[in-house]
Design a binder for this molecule. Structure first.
Ligand code: PGA
Length: 260
């Protein structure tokens, strides 16, 4: 079983988001979605619309919803924030620490560790994004950066709670909208996944063994067959390609075809 997390970022109006979901579900069978778990990470405002659409028109669908971020605080005087409890009423997951949130919203590892605590308190599952910048890659710091992010961001998580965490390795330089947008090679991703698994095992013992690792960065119809060879990879965090119905369906179809 592989997972696709469709990270729609701030790209679609909520009407467009609903249409994209409807169009996808009209062409992918529920059986296929049981083999390839689809999680839609829509904007805050689209989530209730998507939830209603799933409930009314696809009540048996396995599609899950995710926020793209949550507040590091609970309810209170935090203007502009959306707290985990509100998200949990409409979604099962939240992304935390996406490189765009780290970069544009100045979220640091301390903020992210608090967001993760809030998510877990509210029963949300967490997709923690980690990954190095182009400069850090050039400086040969990739492994150090990723280990630091994982350990700092998970610093308040108990061993028992680790089962609610997935790690998405997203090298910033490979994200389609980044300045460099270079394709990452399977061998390099494999090496990083081995490193991440070692970090998890060393620090969390058996509890680290079951944490899913996903890959994200320009995943598309052109490279998905190759990326299916990534070792220890439970799925893909897909941005740009998940915004086009044919590409999203194509990705699901290829994954289902290849894993059977
Ligand atoms: P991309 O985005 O697939 O367009 O590279 C991935 C992401 O930013 O999560």
């Amino acid at each position: 079983m592989k997972t696709i997390i469709a990270n729609w970022k701030n790209n679609l109006s909520f009407q467009e988001a609903e249409k994209l979901l409807e169009n996808t579900l009209s062409k992918v069978s529920p059986e296929d979605l049981n083999k390839c778990q689809l999680i839609i990470a829509g904007s805050y405002l689209s989530l209730p619309v998507l939830k209603k659409c799933l409930k009314q028109h696809h009540p048996k669908s396995s599609v899950l919803l995710s926020a793209q971020d949550i507040s590091a605080q609970t309810y209170g005087a935090y203007t502009g924030q959306v707290c985990a409890d509100d998200i949990y009423s409409i979604a099962s997951h939240t992304i935390i620490g996406h490189s765009e949130a780290r970069m544009y919203l100045n979220q640091n590892d301390q903020d992210l560790s608090q967001k993760i605590s809030q998510a877990l308190r509210a029963n949300l599952k967490v997709i923690l994004c980690v990954g190095e910048s182009y400069q850090q890659k050039m400086d040969k710091l990739s492994y150090v950066v990723v280990a630091d992010q994982i350990l700092s961001d998970l610093s308040y998580v108990s061993l028992e709670e680790l089962r609610f965490i997935s790690i998405a390795y997203e090298p910033i330089w490979s994200i389609s909208t980044s300045e460099h947008a270079l394709p990452a090679h399977v061998n390099d991703i494999n090496k990083m996944n081995i490193h991440i698994r070692q970090v998890l095992n060393t620090n969390f013992g058996d509890y680290g063994q079951n944490i899913p690792i996903l890959y994200g960065g320009s995943v598309s119809l052109n490279n998905i067959r190759e990326y299916l060879n990534i070792i220890d990879c439970s799925g893909y965090l897909v941005g740009g390609a998940s915004l086009k119905v044919d590409e999203l369906i194509g990705l699901i179809n290829i994954i289902v075809e290849e894993i059977n």
